[in-house]
Design a protein around this ligand. Structure first.
Ligand code: UDX
Ligand code: ADP
Length: 490
């Protein structure tokens, strides 16, 4: 069907049922979210569009192992819905024109230059989206902010939508809603199917009701909360800030446990029993990663400072500072335990993703830790079940050893920074001086330490930054063990 035909088909007035949804951005949020929506709302067509052709090709791949995002349960839903009421394409213009409701699900990284650099979000992708919507949308369209955005971005989007309409679309109208995503990677499908709550912020109750009616297909009414636009935007930043704060809090106490002979697992259990504190999000580790926590807190810091509340800004910034300190602490400890030098030593890195069950490496603690170890001259053998070698190479900004060998220029530049990605065979551990567990993939908790210990170079160390190995098995195999937050091993 041609683009022009579809323009006439679209006849939405508010209070009519949404029939056609477009999601701009086929990333970690847009892809899984629209997949679940399409599975739960068979009467609605969902078009997920992206400018990245390679990503769209991967979403359309017949081989479900090649989907661009690894998320447990996602492949089954895509298989069920793709080609029926779920479509992935680069046809941004056409899909915007057909849509009754458009979700903005594009990336909003922290600005790297200009005013607010290092703290404020870079809204260039959101702005470009708003301009495209303004240009191509027809009749009435509900625009939903799905990406995490700074507070009051809705106002900016509205201004762009209303001010950059071309003459032929001058009668088109818009409503803006904020509907922040609370899914966590690795559990995204379950989070989307059974969320603790769904938040819809907006000014026009009719528009709120339209989105509400979509969620009503599978979410109990009492879980769908309506707020104003600004409260919704700020709630998302606040939720992530509170969660990240818990991780920094427990990691700070973990360091104290190591110094005092206490065990963070016992402390977590003890405080988690207090129903006011709760048992979730108090696992000590190498530091939080992921695309949201750092970015959202820095946004909050920027906002607080902008509105003349520097004490509020400093309070939240300390959560991020503690996190960076904790990540750096990991590499310092490894260096110290390996007699203060890593030159020429082989270190096995288990896990590169920022958490288990995802192939996402954004802000992964593994990046900083591996960079520091390479800087000290270590030779890294990296394993991760889902992260590609290309991704690791991009994150480290250093090509893998096999590419360096083929390229004399690389060979010269990176002769003292060697790493490669391997499968987890027994040979993987040959002559390794230390094993560092950075992601809590289940396979790493089931390693056979007796077999592995015979392969390593003595005195070999196991550094468990995720508290997943069996202490007795490691120690009985004659290996040295260091565990985050565990002062009983020193
Ligand atoms: C987070 C929020 O949980 C989610 O609601 C929001 O929509 C996006 O940001 P995500 O970043 O995908 O989700 O993962 P999350 O499970 O929150 O973990 C974030 C980081 O904190 C990971 O690096 C994880 O390993 C770390 N973490 C989490 C800990 O170190 N300890 C914990 O107890 C919990
Ligand atoms: P998130 O974790 O928020 O989903 P991602 O980076 O995984 O972030 O995905 C965002 C996607 O949005 C990327 O695939 C990017 O190509 C896409 N994108 C950014 N700007 C636009 C745009 N103007 N039109 C279409 N797609 C866009």
């Amino acid at each position: 069907m041609s683009f022009y035909c579809n323009k006439f088909i679209k006849q939405l007035n508010l209070n009519e049922v949404i029939k056609n949804v477009c999601c701009i951005g086929a990333g970690y949020v847009g892809g899984p979210t629209m997949s679940v929506f399409s599975d739960k709302c068979k009467d609605i067509v969902f078009n997920v569009v992206d400018v990245n052709e390679e990503r769209i090709e991967a979403w359309n791949s017949d081989d479900l192992d090649k989907l661009p995002i690894y998320e447990p349960g996602l492949d089954e839903i895509v298989e069920r819905c793709r080609g029926n009421n779920l479509f992935f394409s680069c046809e941004v213009k056409k899909c915007i024109a057909e849509a009754d409701m458009i979700f903005i699900s594009v990336n909003t990284p922290t600005k790297t230059k200009g005013i607010g650099a290092g703290k404020a979000s870079d809204l260039k992708w959101v702005e470009s989206c708003a301009r495209q919507i303004s240009k191509y949308a027809t009749l009435h369209t509900i625009v939903v902010e799905k990406s995490t955005l700074p507070v009051r971005t809705g106002e900016v989007i509205k201004e762009i939508l209303d001010s950059s309409k071309p003459l032929e679309n001058k009668n088109s109208t818009f409503d803006i809603l904020s509907n922040p995503e609370f899914l966590a990677e690795g559990t995204a499908i379950n989070d989307l199917l059974n969320p603790d709550r769904v938040l819809i912020g907006g000014e026009n109750q009719d528009a709120i009701n339209e989105l509400h009616s979509i969620y009503k297909n599978w979410i109990p009414e009492e879980k769908i909360i309506h707020t104003n636009l600004w409260s919704s935007e700020l709630s998302k930043l606040t939720a992530n800030a509170f969660l990240a704060q818990r991780v920094s809090s427990i990691n700070s106490i973990g360091a104290l446990c190591e110094a005092t002979g206490a065990d963070i697992r016992e402390v977590s259990r003890a405080i988690g029993k207090d129903s006011r504190i709760g048992a979730k999000f108090i696992n000590c580790g190498p530091g939080f990663g992921g695309s949201c926590f750092k970015k959202d807190i820095l946004n909050l810091v920027y906002l607080a400072n902008y509105f003349g509340l520097p004490e509020v800004g400093d309070f939240w910034e300390s959560v991020v500072l503690l996190n960076s300190w904790n990540q750096n602490r990991m590499s310092r400890i490894i260096l110290q335990k390996l007699f203060g030098t890593l030159t020429g030593k082989k270190i096995a890195i288990l896990g590169f993703a920022f958490k288990a069950n995802t192939n996402d490496t954004r802000e992964s603690p593994a990046i900083q830790i591996c960079k520091s170890l390479l800087e000290e001259g270590a030779n890294l053998k990296i394993h991760d079940p889902k992260v590609s070698k290309k991704q690791i190479s991009n994150d480290l900004s250093i090509p893998p050893e096999d590419e360096c060998i083929k390229n004399p220029e690389f060979n010269k530049l990176y002769s003292d920074k060697k790493w490669n990605k391997y499968s987890l065979t027994e040979d993987f551990f040959n002559d390794v001086d230390a094993i560092v567990i950075l992601t809590e993939w289940v396979i790493y908790s089931k390693l056979d330490w007796k077999v592995i210990s015979n392969k390593l170079r003595s005195p070999a160390w196991v550094f468990d930054t995720r508290l997943i190995v069996n202490e007795q098995e490691v120690l009985e195999s004659g290996l040295n063990l260091w565990r985050v937050g565990d002062g009983t091993l020193n």
